[in-house]
Design a protein around this ligand. Structure first.
Ligand code: SF4
Length: 266
């Protein structure tokens, strides 16, 4: 069986584009290498170019190892410690290139970002994490709140009256039942403020593909499980989220037994 049989289509897109960007960079660097050894250059130019190219080629090799690490992690659902560094390089360095390649081939950037979130979630799930509820931060976007709700919940989330007209009520109940921390963010700045304030060991982030992608990269190396929000009325307006998906993410970090205990002790 091939890798194609094992890696679902949504994850394959990101991994494939990442691979294409490494191949492109490798081809470019090989060209530089040949230029560098051109005999018409001065000796100093040649040495400088060789050093530079060796460094860049090393980076490409690390990124290629990172892609190998991502594929193996997805295939075996196991955290491969030796690949942590290369995976980080592959994700952070080559992701923007993957987006450019996707654009050239007219692939919707939302699709690529969604694929990135899936791959990220698989990498996080491959880790054997057992955390205390207070070490987990649930970050939710402000657009989950009903647009006509008069209560200001970004400053104090407990201003919500839990009327049930939007998912904030269910998320608050989940927070109270499990004991995790929670913040409602209007953007990256507020999200970063919550991360600095709570210093979480893990984050569950609800957002659109774009914000999840930048949030996951911003908070690296804190593991983030991304849950994509639903946007029946278009972006950033009265959005929604599947509460069971958020519950699953909480369960993953604190363990199902601990979650049940926390809920039963309420
Ligand atoms: S649950 Fe009700 S009170 Fe709370 S934020 Fe939503 S609309 Fe406002």
């Amino acid at each position: 069986m091939s890798v194609k049989d094992f890696i679902p289509v949504r994850k394959r897109l990101f991994v494939g584009l990442l691979g294409a960007s490494v191949l492109g960079a490798g081809a470019l660097l090989t060209g530089i290498w040949f230029l560098a050894i051109n005999p018409t250059r001065t000796l100093f130019d040649q040495i400088l170019l060789v050093i530079l190219t060796t460094l860049l080629m090393g980076g490409t090799l690390l990124a290629a190892l990172g892609i190998g690490g991502i594929v193996l992690t997805i295939l075996y659902s196991k955290d491969l410690t030796a690949f942590h560094g290369p995976i980080r390089i592959a994700v952070n360095l080559f992701f923007p290139i993957a987006l450019v390649i996707g654009k050239i081939f007219h692939i919707d950037s939302e699709k690529i970002k969604s694929s990135f979130v899936e791959v990220n979630n698989d990498l996080v799930r491959s880790k054997a994490l057992r955390l205390k509820p207070a070490q987990i931060l649930l970050l939710a976007p402000h657009c989950l709140q009903r647009s006509d709700c008069p209560y200001k919940i970004t400053v104090n989330i407990d201003n919500c009256r839990r009327c049930g007209m939007c998912p904030v009520k269910d998320l608050l109940e989940l927070r109270d039942a499990s004991g995790i921390k929670m913040g409602i963010a209007t953007g990256g700045t507020l999200a970063r403020k919550y991360v600095q304030e709570y210093r979480p060991r893990a984050i569950i982030a609800i957002a659109c593909e774009r914000d999840l992608t930048s949030g996951i990269q911003d908070t690296n190396p804190i593991p983030v499980l991304g849950v994509t929000n639903e946007r029946p009325f278009g972006p950033c307006f009265n959005t929604s989220v599947k509460i069971p998906d958020v519950e699953k993410a909480v369960n993953f970090f604190i363990g199902e037994e601990n979650y049940e205990t926390a809920v039963n002790n309420q």
